[in-house]
Design a protein around this ligand. Structure first.
Ligand code: MRU
Length: 355
């Protein structure tokens, strides 16, 4: 059984509290849109696809709570839901997945309101159905990404060679509905018995690498080694690393990619050392409405994440801190963008989306 960050059944939603991992495996109930907003904002749940799914499922949770007889009119329901959806989007600004799903849901809601043959009860059912589909779609997209990414790398090495790869942050089952994106590619390579070693970075300051990715790698029995974020150059110099696989929070039309802080410096080092650098993400992480990474809002988080570890202050009192949660890797440093529809070079990404 693989790790499950999101458990959902007919209006009952719980999430694995990722603030407590790896020490404790504890599920938290999400009973409302407000609960989902707080869980996303405090990073009890994180990772672009998981954020979108939990946000949208919280709408289904609230709809299940509404008795059919107490539903008012379709336009009242529309006003209420639009308000809640817009609120959800304010939870974290950088990842595009939640904003995209929200805009799709708003479109569906508009269409249901306009269609006179749809009753308010039908409207509730149709919205719940649309949201519930996100879970299975995410897992199947991730499995496709895993296959595409593994094949892309394996075409670059001889048949019997086992590969050494590096990943940053957490892009596995914990960050998605299951299987993972960049970690899904690694999972697939392991299924094919082609992994020699996976290096994962600690990913300061929130430690998604040491707390979450290391946990998943050990859980899956994948040969793996943890390094600090500042060891990547030394690793590339000393070891033959075949490729880097990372996820994405928002990919611009030109391929510039916002992902966890530290991704950009790994890409620069990969270019210098001739290491392949792949971004692995569902097409729902691509924001075709923006031309380049310059248009991406980068979330800045509380300095406490840098100055304290497990409640203990580790930084000198009085020091100022800068804590951006993401950075933007320029398309020119990216070998390929691995999506559920294939692996493309950044300058061909626009062919997979709306013109
Ligand atoms: O701040 P986080 O932990 O939500 O950041 C997560 C990442 O940057 C991931 O790489 C990205 O969301 C892709 S998860 C499949």
């Amino acid at each position: 059984m693989s790790l499950e960050s999101i458990k959902y059944d007919k209006g009952n939603l719980t999430i694995l509290d990722q603030l407590l991992l790896p020490a404790k495996s504890f599920y938290v109930d999400i009973k409302s849109v407000q609960d989902a907003w707080s869980a996303i904002n405090t990073m009890q749940v994180r990772g672009a696809p998981a954020i979108a799914i939990v946000g949208c499922l919280s709408i289904a949770v609230e709809l299940y709570e509404k008795e059919d007889v107490t539903l008012t009119t379709k336009s009242n329901l529309q006003i209420e839901l639009d308000h809640k959806l817009q609120y959800l989007v304010t939870s974290r600004p950088t990842a595009v997945n939640l904003a995209k799903e929200v805009s799709i849901l708003e479109g569906l809601i508009r269409q249901l309101v306009e269609d006179e043959s749809v009753t308010v009860v039908d409207m509730k059912t149709r919205i719940i159905e649309a949201v519930e589909k996100l879970l299975t779609k995410d897992v199947s997209d991730n499995m496709a990404i895993g296959h595409v990414g593994a094949n892309s790398l394996l075409t670059t090495v001889l048949d019997d060679v086992k590969v050494t790869v590096l990943t940053h942050c957490n892009t596995g089952s914990l960050a998605t509905a299951g299987y993972g994106t960049a970690l899904g590619v690694i999972r697939r390579l392991h299924e094919l018995d082609r992994i020699d070693q996976v290096y994962c970075t600690e990913t300061r300051p929130y430690m998604q690498g040491s707390r979450l990715t290391a946990y998943e790698l050990v859980y899956e029995g994948i040969p793996s080694t943890l390094i600090c974020d500042d060891m990547v150059a030394a690793l590339f110099k000393k070891t033959c690393v075949h490729a880097v696989f990372v996820g994405a929070d928002r990919v611009a039309r030109n391929g510039d990619t916002a992902n966890k802080i530290g991704t950009y410096q790994i890409a620069v080092l990969a270019k210098y050392h001739g290491v392949l650098f792949y971004v692995c993400a569902p097409l729902s992480s691509v924001d075709f409405s923006i031309e380049s990474g310059d248009e991406i809002t980068i979330e800045e988080r509380s300095e406490c994440e840098m100055t304290t570890v497990a409640g203990q202050r580790i930084a000198a009192k009085g020091i100022k801190c800068w804590n951006p949660a993401f950075d933007v890797t320029p398309a020119s440093l990216i070998t390929g963008i691995v999506t559920e529809k294939g692996c493309v070079s950044p300058n061909e990404l626009h062919k997979l989306g709306p013109s």
